[in-house]
Design a protein around this ligand. Structure first.
Ligand code: COA
Length: 171
């Protein structure tokens, strides 16, 4: 995969808590493109982060990783994969198709940092994503980073399981 720069925290010894500002990272966190050998660990992270029917299995991750218009980034802390984000380019811009943070590492800014990194890696046009209507945590995160509700699909995740399209306008 090409087109990424691994970003590391500008000052991993800083005493201040993570500000959440774009272009900064939580302490000791590194974000960069997934390597082929990372894919089994990402599949394991998916199983920890999502209910079984929503977790991407290894085969799907391998397929997505190979597509030239798809970006798969991982967040590492102390060498361990603690989060991942997958996005791709679509006709009118770019789309987030998966975002996951290890349950043991949540509310530390990792999801936000991954989302900012995906936006950097997918330049041009608006960002869109689909999220389960009842996923209040993820929706709060997306809103905080500038995504707005656009339309609802009542059966996107299966009968009676609605999802909402969200969009971040980027000019
Ligand atoms: C959604 C998810 C990626 C968030 O990751 P995270 O690293 O915990 O997110 P952050 O720490 O960057 O959160 C940033 C802000 O988003 C909001 N937020 C995140 N999770 C929240 C939750 N569970 N409840 C309420 N607000 C939440 C808060 O405003 C938070 O800031 P704060 O911690 O200072 O209050 C993570 O909970 C996850 O992997 N969930 C399961 C998979 C999933 O639902 N993915 C998204 C759909 S594809």
């Amino acid at each position: 995969m090409v087109g990424f720069q691994t970003r590391s925290h500008p000052d991993s010894h800083q005493a201040d808590p993570y500000s959440g500002a774009p272009g900064t990272l939580p302490a000791k966190l590194e974000i960069g493109p997934a390597r082929a050998r990372d894919l089994p660990a990402i599949a394991s992270l998916q199983r920890r982060a999502f209910p079984p029917r929503l977790a991407y299995p290894l085969g799907t991750l391998v397929f997505l990783w190979m597509l030239p218009w798809t970006r798969l980034l991982v967040a590492r802390r102390n060498g361990m994969i603690v989060g991942c984000v997958i996005g791709d380019r679509v006709l009118e811009g770019s789309r987030i198709i998966n975002l996951a943070v290890d349950p043991a590492a949540r509310r530390q800014g990792i999801g936000s940092a991954l989302l900012y990194a995906a936006e950097d890696a997918l330049p041009g046009g608006d960002m869109t994503l689909m999220v389960q209507t009842g996923n209040t945590g993820a929706r709060a995160l997306y809103r905080r980073l500038g995504y707005e509700d656009e339309s609802e699909n009542p059966n996107y995740y299966g009968p009676g399981r609605p999802g909402v399209w969200m969009r971040k306008r980027r000019g």
